[in-house]
Each structure stands twice: as C-alpha cells, then as structure tokens.
Design a binder for this molecule. Structure first.
Ligand code: ADP
Length: 481
C-alpha cells in the first residue's frame, strides 16, 4: 500500500453536520474514502448552532485553547465526533459569537468568522501534537489557513514545511474584505494584481499560496483559465496552470443506491429493471399525470438559478409540451429565482395533462423522479462537477446535458447519455429530439445507453485515488523534488 499520510482537512461544510451544496458532500465523503485507503485524516469545521445545541455522538472536549489574533487572544472550545459510519475524527471549533448563529453564511463579518476559524483550526492542531503531512483546504472560507501557512507559518517551528492543497468548488464566491484582516491573522504579505487597493480576496489567495490547486472536474479546471469562466481570476489561474488539476467528485453510493433506497416505490438494479416501472407509475400518480408507459417522461431537478441553463429551457419545454416531438410528459422539481418558478408554473398551467411543476425543495420526492423518469435534463451554463447527472445515470434516467465542466467529463454523447455544446435553445432542442427518437424508435440502443450509465463508476474511491496523487505531488514539491 502507498505511504500513509497525515492529512488535515478543513471545510466550512461537512455533511451531514452542515451542508448547502457540493462542498458539504465532499467534506462528508472524501475523508472516509481516504481513511479507507489507510490515511490518517482529521476533519475540522466550525461548531454551528446545530452542534452547540447538541448533536448525537458529538461531545465537548472539555478544555479550551487560546487563539492569537490582531484583536487579542480569543478563547475557543472544541467538540469532537466521528464522521458517521467511520472512525474518522471530526473536530468542531466553538466560539459562541461567531458560529452559534441561525444560518451558516450571509453575515457582514463572514470573512472574519472564517479567518478566525482557519487560524483557530491550526492552533488547535498544535494542541493535539499531531503534525500533518499536508493541509487540504476548501473554497475561500479556509484559504486563510493556506495563506498563513505560506507566510507566517514558514517561521513557525511546528508548521514550517507543511504543504497545502486548495480545492475550488465555487469560484463565484471569493471571500473579499479589507487589508485589516492580515493584521488580524498576523500575516505580512504583498498585494495581488487581482486585489483592488486595500482589498483582500481569499479565493485568489488560496490559488496563489497553495502548493497545489484543484477543482472538481478536468473540464472545469480548463474553463476557469479563460476570461469567460474565470470570474476575474483567470489570469492568476493561468499563472498556476501547471499546478491546477481537475478531480471529479464522487457520488455517495451508500446514499444513492436504487437497490436499497428506501425512498423509492420499488427497488431495482440491472437484473431487475422491471421494478423500475413501479417507480414510474408512482411518480405519475404523485404528479397527477396519466399512467401511460410508452411516452418519454422527461424530468429536471435543480436549483432554479441562472447557472443551471434555465434561460434556454423555457423554449424547449414549450416545444416539448406542444408535441413538436410527439407525445411526452414533463416533471420539474426546483425552487429558486421567482422568474423561473413563474416560467414553469405558467407552462404547466397550459399542459396540466402532461406536465407538473413541483416548486419546492423535496429530498424525498427527488429519488422517485430519478428512478421514474426516462430523460434527465441538465442544460447548465456552467457546472463545476454536477451531481444530478451522476444520480440520474445510477437510477436509470438517461442524462441530457450541455457539455460543460463536469457534465462534459461524465456524460458521453450516445454512450451514457446525450450532450450538446452551443448554449442555445435550438442546440438543446435538437439534442432532446435526438434522445426522444432513440427512445421511441431504437429501444435496444436506448436500453444499452441506460445500462451503461447505471454501470459507470463515479465512486469516491476513484476520486480519493486522484487526491492521493495530488497530495504526493504537493509533498514532493515542498521537499524540492
Ligand atoms: P448544485 O450543487 O449546483 O445545486 P448539483 O447537481 O451538484 O448542483 O447537486 C444538486 C443536488 O441537489 C442533487 O442531489 C439534486 O437532486 C438536489 N436538488 C436540487 N434541487 C432540489 C429540489 N428542489 N428538491 C430536492 N433535491 C434537489
């Protein structure tokens, strides 16, 4: 087996303790997969309200420690637990005023909250007397730890020489504040070209200071080096392009398994595909649609956000519902921007016998849609990795995607799904017509696309091997190889 590494893993979200998106999924799943490979991983996140209120299996450690900041020493506490279903230790940094709040984000002092968290996490590790071989930090929230390590940390006997990996999950949120935060963190550094006068940008700092950088798919790693995809940081990312890698997120196969998923009307696998029809009927019943079999049932589950390609979707659903490609049914589950909710509500009002819009977040309905539909739409404008297409493949709903970011890396046109390139309703519509043609006319080809999707391997084990390789490179770089 490969050398066992001591990995310090910092994240603002770790499922199931706190999750608003893909960041939480990776925080909950990757450490477990790394642990299974023999690595000593320790995860640290803030003690949000849910933890402070008492979370089963999570206990206070009973002592406090002091965190030096530019605003004086601040006392912090720690809770300790394990990632569910594993032996991976997780620590929660507790500070009443900063983290014990109603929501995770959205406060005026967010950047200071996470600057404090990052510094406190490193100070806490010092008290454990456990020197990590590597720091793995995620998104802007924990980038201050990387910046500290690369600057002040190099004069610190305990942390000197610890390399870092920075993972970008969402380039759109960058964590900007004023220069005073460096006084707070005890850092002396120079300004970056990406930072305006008196501005600090922690996303840029993570990219600049980390030993190695990655994002959550190979195609997205390339796209963010372009002005169109770089959110203002493309020049910096090009500067680091030889250290910038793409590693696909995995899917939690324990949670998303059609053979065991209790939320389904009937479980199924490749050898019991007939049971899938039970889910189709249940979905049609739930959506108040006629329980017909031979009509393509098209579906979408998404945050209703401009990133998700909704600007090219209305026209396509309009054509589909008006029968331009023959009979079809359509179900959408989503919530978000009012204009998109209105768009779906309006089209649905014209086609009550074929279409239902569930304008809500419903985690128990989602699995039934994945398991009961035939075609799953993801026409995203950009998509760092994407989870929906991985779940839909696993549950036998053939994905139809725009070939961008992680969608381009996971769905092969005509092999495991359908893909189009140009961001327009016409390109989207042509791809949908093509999919429906296969569905109606070439059943064998359709079934083999569906089966290949169900057999594809997007497990965390695969991703963890990619991260292990990246850690080895970062360590070698720090040693000067
Ligand atoms: P993002 O993280 O950008 O929202 P992903 O495709 O990576 O997109 O992940 C979306 C996840 O959230 C999927 O698991 C999807 O099933 C789920 N989801 C999105 N909207 C809803 C909803 N309204 N109800 C239930 N689940 C949803």
């Amino acid at each position: 087996m490969a050398e066992s590494l001591k990995i310090l893993f910092l994240s603002a979200e770790v499922a199931p303790f706190a999750k608003t998106g893909g960041l939480g999924d990776i925080g909950g799943s990757l450490p477990k997969a790394l642990h299974a490979m023999g690595h000593d991983v320790r995860v640290i996140m803030p003690a949000y309200k849910k933890i402070e209120a008492g979370y089963p299996g999570v206990e206070p450690m009973g002592h406090t420690f002091r965190v030096p900041t530019g605003a004086g020493e601040i006392e912090a506490g720690v809770f300790e637990g394990r990632l569910p279903g594993s032996d991976v230790p997780i620590y929660f940094i507790a500070e009443q005023y900063l983290f014990n709040r109603d929501t995770l984000y959205g406060y005026w002092d967010d950047v200071y909250r996470y600057a404090f968290f990052s510094k406190a996490a490193l100070e806490f590790v010092r008290t454990l007397d456990w020197r990590p071989d590597l720091l793995h930090a995620h998104d802007w929230h924990t980038a201050p730890a990387i910046t500290w390590l690369a600057t002040a940390g190099q004069a610190d006997d305990f942390f000197r020489g610890v390399p870092s990996v920075f993972t970008i999950h969402n380039l759109a949120h960058q964590g900007k504040t004023n220069w005073h935060v460096f006084n707070y963190l005890g850092i002396v550094t120079h300004s970056l070209a990406e930072e305006a006068y008196d501005e600090v940008n922690f996303m840029a700092r993570g990219i600049y200071h980390a030993t190695m950088v990655n994002t959550v798919s190979p195609t997205y790693a390339r796209e963010i080096t372009t002005p169109e995809g770089g959110a203002g940081l493309d020049a910096l990312l090009r500067h680091r392009q030889f250290d910038l890698h793409g590693i696909l997120n995995g899917l939690d196969y324990d949670e998303w398994n059609p053979a065991t998923d209790k939320r389904l009307a009937a479980n199924f696998d490749l050898d019991h595909m007939r049971n899938r029809i039970v889910n189709r009927r249940a979905l049609q019943a739930r959506a108040n649609l006629p329980q017909v079999d031979d009509v393509p049932l098209v579906a979408m589950i998404t945050r209703l956000d401009w990133q998700k390609g909704l600007d090219i979707t209305g026209d396509v659903i309009h054509r589909l519902m008006n029968g331009f490609s023959g009979p079809a049914q359509f179900v959408v589950l989503g919530t978000g921007q009012p204009e998109y909710e209105g768009m779906f509500a309006q089209i649905a009002s014209y086609h009550r016998d074929k279409m239902t819009a569930f304008l809500a977040y419903d985690a128990s309905l989602a699995p039934l849609i994945y398991a009961g539909s035939d075609i799953f739409l993801m026409p995203s404008l950009f998509e760092p990795c994407g989870l929906g297409q991985l779940i839909s493949m696993r549950y036998g709903s053939v994905p139809l995607v725009r070939a961008t970011g992680g969608l381009a890396d996971t769905v092969q046109d005509g092999v495991t799904g359908f893909a189009f390139n140009y961001y327009s309703s016409d390109a989207f519509w042509h791809a949908l017509q093509r999919a429906i043609y296969f569905y109606n006319v070439d059943k064998d080809a359709w079934r083999s696309i569906q089966r290949r999707g169900m057999m594809a391997d997007f497990s965390w084990d695969r991703s963890a091997k990619g991260y292990h390789q990246l850690y080895e490179w970062a360590i070698a770089r720090m040693r000067g190889y």
